[in-house]
Structures are given as C-alpha cells and as structure tokens.
Design a protein around this ligand. Structure first.
Ligand SMILES: [Zn+2]
Length: 155
C-alpha cells in the first residue's frame, strides 16, 4: 500500500484519467478505489535529440481509479473532453500534450464556433493539463479564421 500512498499524494488523490477525486480509504479492490497506473511518454527522446526511437519512452506512475486504470486491459489511455464545451474536431488530448511536453511549440486542440467558446475551452484545457502534465506551462493561442476560432496552446 505504501506505493499507492506515495503516488496518491503526488497526484493529490485525483485520478489522472477522469480527473475525479480518489478516496484513499476505499478498498483497492473497489472500482472507485486507488490504483497505480503506468503512463508512457516520449520525453527522453528529446533529451537525446534523436526524435522517436525504440526504448526511448519514459515511464511515469500516476494515480487512477481501479476502474479507470489502463494497465488492466491494455486499453489506450484517453482523457475525455468536457461535454459542456462546444468543440469542433477535438484532437486526442494525451498524444497532443505529450508532443508539447517533448518538443514545445504550438499545437491545435480544436475549433470553436464563437470567441467565448474558444476562451472557455482554452481555460478548461490549461486547467486540465496542469494536472495531467504538472510542470508543463501553457498559454492559449486563439485565432479567428473562416468564421470559426482555432484553439491552440503554446508551451
Ligand atoms: Zn478515474
């Protein structure tokens, strides 16, 4: 249990996948109970300056609900977009954030029908990613084009 306690404190007892709180007192056999999930990133590839290559992935341990844990069924980790947001063509959040963390620069996350939707969406993304990838500082970069608003983030 010591390991779950450590990872739980590191992640403030919040599930890295669904962003809900995890009860440390709940049984580890319960689907809402705590578990340690493995998260792979390509971060080390950049340090070597060689881009993606085999064996260059970085393994992080993150807190997840037992039911959300991707290790059990080898399901690919997916961060769910907030259903309240009006987004068009939203990208897969985890690989996009991994690219930002590894290479920096600017990544497009979605388009929005109005400027207000774009602002709300960018604020949600920055808040969500601050827990998904602590240590990555992002700023929003919203551009109007073709009657829509392109929501991008810059590392
Ligand atoms: Zn969860």
């Amino acid at each position: 249990m010591a390991r779950v306690e450590d990872i739980g404190q590191q992640d403030n007892w919040r599930c890295w996948l669904c962003d809900d709180s995890v009860d440390p007192a709940m049984s580890v056999n319960d689907d809402r109970g705590p578990s340690v999930d493995a998260r792979m990133t390509d971060r080390k590839a950049k340090k070597k300056g060689k881009g993606k290559s085999k064996g260059s992935t970085d393994l992080h341990e993150r807190l997840a609900h037992r039911g959300c844990n991707t290790g059990k069924g080898n399901i690919e980790a997916v961060v769910i977009w907030n259903e309240q947001l009006f987004t068009i063509d939203p990208v897969a959040i985890i690989p996009t954030v991994d690219r930002l963390a590894a290479k920096g620069g600017r990544e497009i996350f979605c388009r929005c029908p109005t400027a207000a939707d774009a602002d709300t969406t960018a604020a949600w993304l920055i808040d969500r990613i601050s827990r998904l990838e602590p240590g990555l500082t992002l700023s929003s970069d919203i551009q109007e084009g073709g009657g829509q608003y392109l929501v991008a983030l810059r590392a």
